[in-house]
Design a binder for this molecule. Structure first.
Ligand SMILES: [Zn+2]
Length: 419
């Protein structure tokens, strides 16, 4: 049974009792059709990763029309807009990503049937952009004044080879961001409060190489050294919780011409991840110890020809995490319950929130779809059949509002729940 702290529950109760907050929640519900219409409009301005310019320009215009300040495109292509706070409080970022995984020409319009809207990228993450607009509109019309500044951002290069690039640029250029909220999870019931850290490495073993028969016994064997390493790695114990994994994904040495040769080189590639940065470091040390030991054992086996090994990082996603009772997590829990959604603590994640968490910024990734049953949970994101369930979609915007206000504070009423 998840129990929120008295302080968080109290502040939350105060917040939802405020007339301007009630009004904003109502406005968000009434804005549903307009929000869906903007989502359909934006999805048709295609934005493959690295080619977000057109969508960014339109999104920026919409934020400008809402009266946000200092709307601009930054050096990373991100759309940045400021809604100034009226008091003292943290600077809160709320963002969704502009890019989709689909190349130009994938979107042939938006189809609406069976309670869903269909288009590649309609949910991930175009919906988040429309949500940010609906959110800002409701805050304006309800006259909500936050204590801290709120920065609305449409980020670039989140997907695939973009590797969270827009977010990395933005946080590097804006070290004054105190709290970071992302919207990029299919089902809004999941609270993403951890960031799965992951790395991919290439390890190369080198020796002198020689004849399979003739050189036997006089030289150490790079492929055998690599095999020893992989066998050791295969035995490494990792916890099931927090989920921690490793995978040797590629093993290569020798060539067809050299089937009777001791190869001079063997290459191993592997990927490993964890929902806990501490467990990640423990595992990483064991893995690289295994490589070192394997090279030494193979060298010692023959006492001749030292096996050398080297490593190269070929991919990295930053991680981090926070306690499941961190103020933002409790706030998300209460917000979901308030809008009638049963919350779930998601384990791990790979979203823009990873970048914030890896920098030690309290962060959260929220969902964008209200999906109360199995049918509506089937969203097919990253597929050409991607679809988004329309009924109750406004609830995700309401959740975002409640979390945002708890984070930024309401001027003259309470400060940020995140101290
Ligand atoms: Zn996404």
């Amino acid at each position: 049974m998840y129990q929120t702290s008295e302080q968080c529950a109290q502040q939350f109760k105060t917040m939802v009792g405020l007339p301007q907050v009630q009004k904003a929640l109502q406005l968000i519900e009434q804005d549903q059709d307009r929000c869906i219409a903007e989502q359909c409009e934006l999805v048709q301005i295609e934005a493959p990763t690295g080619h977000e310019e057109k969508r960014a320009a339109v999104f920026a215009d919409k934020l400008r029309a809402l009266g946000l300040e200092d709307v601009h495109i930054d050096r990373g292509g991100n759309v940045v807009a400021l809604r100034r706070g009226k008091g003292k409080g943290p600077k809160v970022l709320i963002e969704g990503h502009l890019d989709t995984v689909f190349p130009f020409g994938s979107v042939k319009g938006v189809e609406q049937r069976d309670g869903f809207i269909y288009a590649p990228g309609i949910g991930d993450d175009t919906r988040a952009l429309a949500m940010l607009l609906s959110l800002a509109r409701a805050m304006n019309e309800a006259g909500i004044e936050t204590a801290g500044d709120v920065v609305f951002v449409g980020t670039t290069r989140e997907e695939g080879t973009g590797s969270l690039g827009g977010m990395k640029d933005f946080l590097q250029d804006n070290p004054d961001i105190d709290i970071s909220l992302s919207i990029d999870n299919n089902d809004m019931s999941g609270i993403v409060y951890q960031a799965t850290v992951g790395e991919t490495w290439e390890v190369t073993f080198k020796g002198m190489g020689g004849h399979a028969f003739g050189a036997f016994g006089s030289i150490a064997q790079p492929i055998h050294a690599a095999a020893r390493a992989v066998a050791k790695i295969a035995d490494i114990q990792v916890p099931a919780e927090p989920k921690t994994t490793y995978c040797v994904s590629n093993f290569h040495g020798g060539n067809d011409a050299g089937v009777h040769a001791i190869a001079s080189e063997a290459v191993v590639k592997l990927n490993f991840r964890s929902n806990s940065p501490e467990e990640f470091e423990v595992m990483k040390k064991k893995i690289f110890d295994a490589f070192e030991q394997a090279a030494r054992e193979e060298t010692d086996r023959w006492g001749k020809n030292t096996i050398e090994w080297s490593k190269k990082l070929i991919g990295s996603v930053p991680g981090g995490g926070q306690d499941e009772h961190a103020p933002l997590v409790e706030t998300a829990w209460l917000s979901l319950e308030h809008v009638g959604v049963e919350p779930v603590l998601a384990k791990g994640g790979c979203t823009n929130a990873n970048v914030a968490m890896s920098r030690g910024i309290p962060a959260l990734c929220m969902g964008r779809a209200y999906a109360p049953d199995a049918e509506s949970k089937t969203i097919y994101n990253h597929s050409l059949d991607e679809r988004y369930p329309v009924a109750g979609a406004y609830k995700a915007v309401q959740q975002a509002l409640l979390v945002l206000l708890m984070a930024a504070g309401v001027d003259g009423v309470f400060g940020s729940i995140v101290k």
